[in-house]
Design a protein around this ligand. Structure first.
Ligand code: SAH
Ligand code: SF4
Ligand code: F3S
Length: 470
């Protein structure tokens, strides 16, 4: 099914299993295997879960066969995401036949949405744990080990896991995610996240700065501050003596060290302020790249989506970004075929794409999610073949824009943070420039974690190809 078309997108990092280096696991007497689906926040949550489990004597393994506990951290954003997980859970269930003591648990958004259903009715899992209940995992595992029902899907207004140091599972040792908030208060009508992740809450600013500092001291050179809506970050200390906005937080993290790059995701067009843009302009190590999901180019559809901005407001925001940050990379999310979308609405989406000329876009067709405002209020009335055709048009237009954006970079020189060896050739390294574009270049004497000035010689639609300038 043509559900999503992307290159490297958070939501498409489906089913990756991660564990730290093998020797790290040897001090543990039990082993867990974890697969993560969905967005970067979910992957970061798996690292929090790993930290909690390590305390309990469980070490992570990449080898499912040797695990005593299999966990699947799941996503509910589109139907397809849930189907993939269901298939995987059925496979795990049959793995239990050869390994009778094996426990299988479901974590994350699908656990929250379906609650006890997968345990009680479908008997697919032994434990069900929602995104705010990971601290109760040890007790739930103990209960499941003695054959008891193990479900905790309580959402919290306070939980941020701020004091837990995530165990880095997907580890290139150079770039890392840091969650700065949880939940979402926005209620976009198509979206399941407010139901699966609960109310928005911001994490203690000091714990964020501490975590980013530790990462830098351990050799990391880039942090991405994560939240569903980072621009509404707002933290107040318990005694009300200190208040930190997103712009202030960005500055604090940027000041840790000039060699630590700072990125963030995701911005809601209604909340990103000039203040944030000016802080981005002020610090060289805050990357000039903004993910600004538009969803649709039609004001009527945006209203039905409850996005709270109009087409014109969005376009002004893009103009303001270009004014304050002339070379800022811009990416977006687009949903095709939302309820009642007409051909004219669709044309308006194509038009706004021509206006914004996104460097990167994540494009989906609308997938109705049970319980959301749209599912309750509107009919999912755009036929699937129309959704697919519109999505294909959006994808094709975007391809031409991204290729054009890549071609414009040929001849330019960028500062690249090296993330590792190129997948295609051991003789090449790859990294990203400020604008988040991937650049591949010959290794020479450079290493992971280095900043290298690279001149772009050619490009494909997804990658810049260059050589280091000395
Ligand atoms: N908090 C972020 C992104 C959340 S989910 C934001 O507000 O931008 C990532 C993307 O998935 C959304 O931006 C949207 O484009 C897409 N999405 C969310 N719900 C969807 C649905 N029901 N059908 C199709 N795409 C959806
Ligand atoms: Fe979903 Fe909207 Fe919140 Fe993003 S801002 S998580 S799309 S409700
Ligand atoms: Fe999916 Fe939940 Fe993230 S629904 S996109 S894993 S917040």
């Amino acid at each position: 099914m043509l559900d999503q078309i992307t290159k490297v997108h958070d939501e498409t990092r489906q089913g990756e299993a991660f564990a730290p280096a093998a020797d790290h696991t040897q001090t543990y007497n039990k082993k867990f295997y974890i697969e993560s689906y969905g967005c970067a926040m979910n992957f970061n949550d798996s690292e929090i879960v790993a930290s909690i489990l390590n305390q309990e004597g469980f070490g992570a393994t990449r080898n499912m066969e040797e695990a005593n506990l299999i966990l699947v951290n799941t996503c509910s954003i589109r139907e397809k995401a849930e189907q993939t997980v269901r298939k995987r859970l059925t496979e795990f269930k049959s793995a239990k036949k050869n390994n009778p003591g094996l426990l299988v648990g479901i974590l994350g958004c699908m656990a929250e949405r379906l609650k006890a259903q997968l345990l009680e009715e479908e008997k697919l899992v032994d434990l069900v744990v929602g995104p705010d209940a990971y601290r109760s995992l040890p007790g739930l595992i103990a209960a499941a080990e003695t054959g008891h029902k193990s479900v905790n899907v309580l959402l919290s207004r306070e939980e941020t896991y701020g004091d837990i140091s995530p165990v880095r599972l997907d580890n290139n040792g150079v770039t890392s995610f840091v969650s700065i908030m949880r939940g979402c208060n926005n209620m976009c009508s198509f979206c399941v996240v407010p139901f699966t992740r609960g109310r928005e809450r911001s994490r203690d600013a000091h714990s964020i700065v501490r975590e980013a500092t530790e990462l830098f001291n351990n050799g990391y050179r880039e942090v991405t501050l994560l939240g569903q809506n980072v621009d509404s970050y707002y933290w107040t200390s318990d005694d009300d003596s200190e208040t930190v906005t997103f712009a202030m937080l960005l500055e604090k993290v940027a000041l840790i060290h000039p060699l630590l790059r700072v990125r963030f995701s995701t911005s809601h067009p209604k909340d990103i302020t000039d203040e944030v843009l000016f802080i981005m302009a002020k610090y060289e190590n805050i990357c000039n790249y903004i993910h600004l999901p538009v969803q649709s180019g039609s004001t009527r559809i945006l209203q039905l989506m409850n996005r709270t901005y109009t087409r014109e407001w969005y376009m002004k925001k893009v103009e303001r970004i270009r004014e304050i940050l002339p070379d800022c990379g811009l990416s977006t999310d687009i949903i095709c075929g939302f309820c009642t979308e007409t051909e004219e609405d669709h044309q308006e989406t194509l038009e706004i794409m021509k206006f914004a000329r996104y460097d990167l876009a994540y494009m989906y067709f609308y997938s109705e999610r049970p319980g959301t405002l749209a599912a309750r209020r509107f009919q999912d009335d755009v036929p699937e073949e129309v959704k697919k055709r519109r999505l294909a048009e959006v994808v094709e237009l975007h391809r031409s824009h991204s290729l054009e954006s890549m071609q414009q970079d040929v001849g330019k020189t960028f500062k690249v943070l090296v993330e590792g060896t190129s997948k295609r050739s051991d003789a090449d390294l790859f990294g990203r420039n400020d604008q988040n574009k991937v650049i591949v270049f010959p290794k020479e004497h450079y290493q992971k974690g280095d900043y290298v000035m690279v001149e772009v010689i050619s490009c494909t639609s997804g990658t810049l190809i260059g050589k280091a300038v000395h």
